[in-house]
Design a binder for this molecule. Structure first.
Ligand SMILES: [Zn+2]
Length: 437
């Protein structure tokens, strides 16, 4: 097999068999079901049941708890690494107790069932406090509830532990030492984990500087940072809140999300007036971000002089460390990987190019809930605005041409970063073909 262009590559890449996701299952789901039903039916203790559900959801590293109303009962589900696991079903009588307790704890109106409500409750543990954001939705026959778990005492990873390629890491470190630029972190879909931004803020822990944030919601607590949370229930909008924040004399600002042209203008303006601005945007890649910025919002001269670095990222599943098994890639798999990595000249790849790549066999165990994957890892594409790139933006050069120039300055594409991580036991090529088309 000889691959010569992208079309051929697209045709042959199916030798990596992308399997459908397995249903997440665990014998521990039965244990939890028994505990919850005991607490509700015999002990009449809905507080205990709720605490148990929340803590067990955390023990399965879940991000959300769903209570979905079915015809005759209510399905409890946990979102784990992006997929939903059916944990067990509650009878409507059991759910009623949980729903009342949830609303009571979160200060929601018990008697209102026909409009959506949202707020949060806190579970205090001996070692940590866990905030849970609850949102209700009136549905056919009743009220659905989704709870998002925010474990604000989670420790924030160091920038060096986020698996950036060393060239990208060096550029990010340079960027955050500057005084008046904008650092944009982007990913395609709304995702609640913005660990990268928090890790950057962590690096910026400087007592002589005032750091202020506008968040929705606050995911980690940072003692040296003034953190504010958007509350659109009140009279103000996101933008008025942002303007109020700027009057607080900050040096470094983190804006949760660039939502519209107005937020974009305020963010760019702030970076031009000697603030370091961190923010996020929803796009698939660094070049798409450029395109979006050029086509939609900002005049080229402002864009070129406000942004310093774009970190495009994607959260992908990690291989379960408990059931991982190495295998040699077969001849066609080897050709496909060689094609994907043809532009990369780093030692590890060059060596592997001459021989065979090592891959990982599909397997599963109780610890990964029979899914092969456990936890997630970020994959990146980091675009640094060099003087040449700034000049090209000012001249109105197309994003494709700019990307070409960035490639000459060692920009690594997301799919290349992915393959590098797959070669280091972190994720799989199959996952890549499933997520990036
Ligand atoms: Zn496993």
């Amino acid at each position: 097999m000889n691959i010569e262009n992208e079309e051929q590559f697209d045709k042959v890449k199916s030798v990596f068999k992308v399997q459908d996701d397995q249903d997440l299952k665990s014998s521990r789901f039965f244990d939890l079901e028994k505990l919850i039903k005991d607490a509700l039916d015999y002990q009449q203790d809905s507080e205990k049941a709720l605490t148990l559900i929340t803590k067990w959801a955390l023990s399965f590293w879940s991000s959300d708890i769903h209570y979905d109303i079915l015809e005759n009962d209510v399905q409890l589900r946990f979102r784990i690494d992006g997929n939903l696991a059916n944990v067990f079903t509650l009878s409507k009588a059991q759910y009623k107790l949980i729903l009342e307790r949830l609303k009571y704890k979160s200060d929601l109106k018990l008697n209102i069932t026909d409009v959506p409500q949202d707020w949060k409750y806190r579970i205090n543990d001996t070692e940590r406090k866990i905030d849970v954001r609850i949102s209700t939705l009136p549905v056919k026959n009743w009220e659905n509830v989704v709870c998002r778990i925010l474990d604000s005492t989670n420790s924030i990873p160091l920038l060096s532990d986020l698996w950036f390629m060393w060239t990208s890491k060096r550029q990010i470190e340079k960027s955050i030492k500057k005084k008046n630029w904008m650092i944009l972190v982007t990913w395609p879909t709304w995702s609640w984990k913005t660990t990268t931004l928090y890790s950057v803020l962590n690096e910026l822990n400087i007592s002589q500087k005032k750091i202020i944030t506008l968040e929705d919601p606050i995911e980690y607590e940072l003692p040296w940072v003034v953190q504010s949370e958007v509350n659109e229930k009140k009279w103000y909008t996101y933008t008025t809140w942002l303007k109020a924040l700027l009057r607080q004399d900050p040096d470094i600002i983190m804006i949760w999300e660039i939502r519209d042209i107005e937020t974009a203008q305020i963010a760019a303006q702030s970076s031009l007036t000697w603030h370091l601005v961190l923010s996020t945007l929803h796009t698939k890649s660094a070049s798409e971000t450029l395109e979006r910025l050029i086509n939609m919002w900002l005049p080229p001269y402002i864009l070129s002089s406000s942004i310093d670095i774009i970190i495009a990222q994607r959260l992908v599943r990690k291989i379960c460390p408990d059931c991982i098994e190495k295998v040699e890639a077969d001849a066609s798999q080897n050709e496909i990987i060689k094609w994907m990595m043809k532009d990369i000249w780093i030692e590890a790849v060059s060596k592997a190019k001459k021989s065979w790549f090592t891959l990982y066999r599909w397997a599963w165990c109780e610890k990964c809930l029979y899914s092969w994957y456990k936890w997630r890892i970020w994959i990146y594409e980091v675009l640094y605005f060099s003087d040449t790139i700034r000049e090209m933006i000012r001249e109105g050069t197309s994003p494709a041409e700019i990307l070409k120039e960035a490639r000459n300055q060692d920009l690594i594409l997301m799919r290349e970063d992915w393959v590098l991580k797959a070669m280091r036991w972190k994720t799989t090529i199959e996952e890549l073909f499933k997520v990036i088309d």
